[in-house]
Design a binder for this molecule. Structure first.
Ligand SMILES: [Zn+2]
Length: 244
């Protein structure tokens, strides 16, 4: 039997055209994305942030959804933000705070994509976009020393709070790479929630520091998107359990 669960969707970049696409399938075309927002709007969905979730005691998450975007690409400001405003939606963006571009991806043959600047981040924060942590330099936190990992995790929280003036409550692990030490470091840094990706050993986690997301892929049609947004994408409840 399936049970409803709050969908947490994962995106990275929103792009206008094929020219802006890199090697990695971490984009969704603007027109496809807008069709997704339109579907959510027409069907009465409300977008939450993790900050909202921590305050929401109703546990009534029917027709609610969390849209998340990793890394903090400039297109999140130039393309995503106007669309969010158009439909009256919010989102959560996980920031890499000490990089001006995607240098970790460039090493793998990805073109250079710029990150948002502080002014853009502040404007989005004032509108109601939540900014969560994603480290300072996007390392694989399981492949560096725990001291270095802590520095990345704590430093990122300070950076975000200095820009937005708001507490950073959520943290997404770069590459979805995590282990118990890394999870503890995120908790110890003062984040309330740790956000994983679609992979990992514990997909249906009941763990506030390993919340699984559903990735929206470039080729997903609207039918596939509806399923991903339905709350029945996984056959097992996880997120309700951790907030009960
Ligand atoms: Zn990332």
């Amino acid at each position: 039997m399936s049970q409803y669960q709050l969908p947490v969707l994962l995106y990275h970049r929103i792009v206008n055209s094929k020219k802006e696409v890199g090697r990695h399938k971490i984009y969704v075309f603007k027109d496809k994305f807008e069709a997704q927002l339109k579907f959510l709007k027409e069907n009465g969905y409300e977008t939450l942030t993790f900050h909202d979730l921590l305050k929401d005691n109703s546990k009534d998450w029917n027709k609610k959804i969390i849209l998340t975007f990793d890394d903090g690409y400039e297109d999140n400001y130039t393309i995503l933000f106007p669309l969010l405003k158009k439909y009256g939606f919010k989102a959560v963006i996980f920031l890499v705070t000490q990089k001006k571009d995607n240098s970790w991806g460039i090493q793998e043959g990805e073109p250079v994509f710029r990150m948002m600047n502080e002014k853009q981040i502040r404007e989005m924060s004032e509108y109601g976009i939540e900014f969560g942590g994603h480290t300072q330099n996007h390392p694989d936190l399981t492949k560096i020393s725990i001291e270095e990992a802590k520095k990345e995790i704590e430093g990122c929280k300070k950076d975000i709070e200095a820009i937005t003036g708001k507490p950073a409550v959520s943290f997404a692990y770069p590459f979805g790479a995590l282990n118990e030490k890394v999870k503890s470091a995120v908790k110890d840094a003062g984040y309330n929630l740790g956000i994983a990706t679609t992979s990992g050993p514990n997909p249906f986690s009941d763990d506030k520091f390993q919340i699984r997301r559903i990735e929206v892929r470039p080729k997903n049609g609207l039918a596939r998107f509806k399923y991903k947004a339905s709350g029945y994408y996984f056959q097992k409840s996880y997120i309700q359990q951790i907030f009960k």
